[in-house]
Design a protein around this ligand. Sequence first.
Ligand code: ATP
Length: 360
Amino acid sequence: MTRSQSTIHGPILELRKLTRTFGALTAVNAIDLDIAEGEFFTIVGPSGSGKTTMLRMLAGMEQATSGDILLRGKRINDVPANRRPTCMVFQSLALFPHRTVGQNIEFPMKIRGVDPAKRKERALQLMRQLRLPENYYGKNVTKCSGGERQRVALARALAYDPEILFFDEPLSAIDYKLRKTLERELKDIHRETGKTFVYITHSLEEAMVMSDRIGVMQAGRLIQVGTPNQIYSTPTNRFVSEFIGDVNVIPVHIGPNGKLISDDFAAEFSVPKIPVGFTGGHLVVRPEFVRFLGSGDASENRLTGRVYNEYALGSRIQYQVRVGEAVFIVEKLRQQAYTGGLDDEVAIGWSGADSILVSD
Ligand code: ATP
């Protein structure tokens, strides 16, 4: 049984034609989406695509112009934020400065009148769950590191005992190395708590690491929803394919012989199946699927060029192969590195099955 099968149940949130306009601008455009209970769902998209507006509507901080938000089947459009069983963790974390870790975590319980001994017990339990040392209870939050503050904010959010936690780019201001650690930690915490997490970020890479499913937004529309693997291997359009990692995107059209033709590479390419009605678009090839071909190697798709440059990426090496005026990117594991010289002529190839054909 996969983890998703074991923890994800029916929808906790249903969005029906959810729309928000600001004057003439449609920030969120008729979004239909189900988010399952216990799911880690990430909404990803470039700046201005409508992520924050959508999250704010789900949290009750923004009114929908039209459409419905259902929580366990009940319409909650008119339920105010503080009456929803949800909690938001902001990028700024919104912690109370000059207060202790304990005071910050206990705040939601304090406003609900929970007695001090019970509050402390619960705060210490949350601190253990989030791997904050017990002696931090009396520590001033301003003396905590970025990662620790992140955990305090999360502990405070969990102290509300929400059914759904919303995250508004909580890691975007944190440096790369710590961010990578916190991404994994957040995923672990999601697993430990079993809560529904709805997260927004402009980084598909970040979304990939943590999420059960990802929804990609572009100009107010939700253009693709899928598992990280589906988004990576079968992007619905060029925009999604280019959103993560480097990628070869080749404009192609159908030639008179019914084959895919690239004018840029002066070549014909083959894919397992050209969809009915396809007249032209882009052929997308991930750099790691491209091989350097030996003299006797056959390949469904083949180009000849020169290795113009190479870039060490740690465990992998990326090559820029110039084919005429065009550039192709090839990526290999270090142990499969290209051994020829720069500017040598090379043949590169990939199988049709590793190509993705998109119409825009
Ligand atoms: P970012 O990653 O930069 O936060 P985003 O994807 O979260 O972007 P939103 O903040 O939801 O995008 O904004 C979507 C669009 O709606 C933008 O064009 C933005 O300028 C506009 N917008 C958002 N809030 C308002 C508002 N209160 N009044 C007018 N326009 C708004």
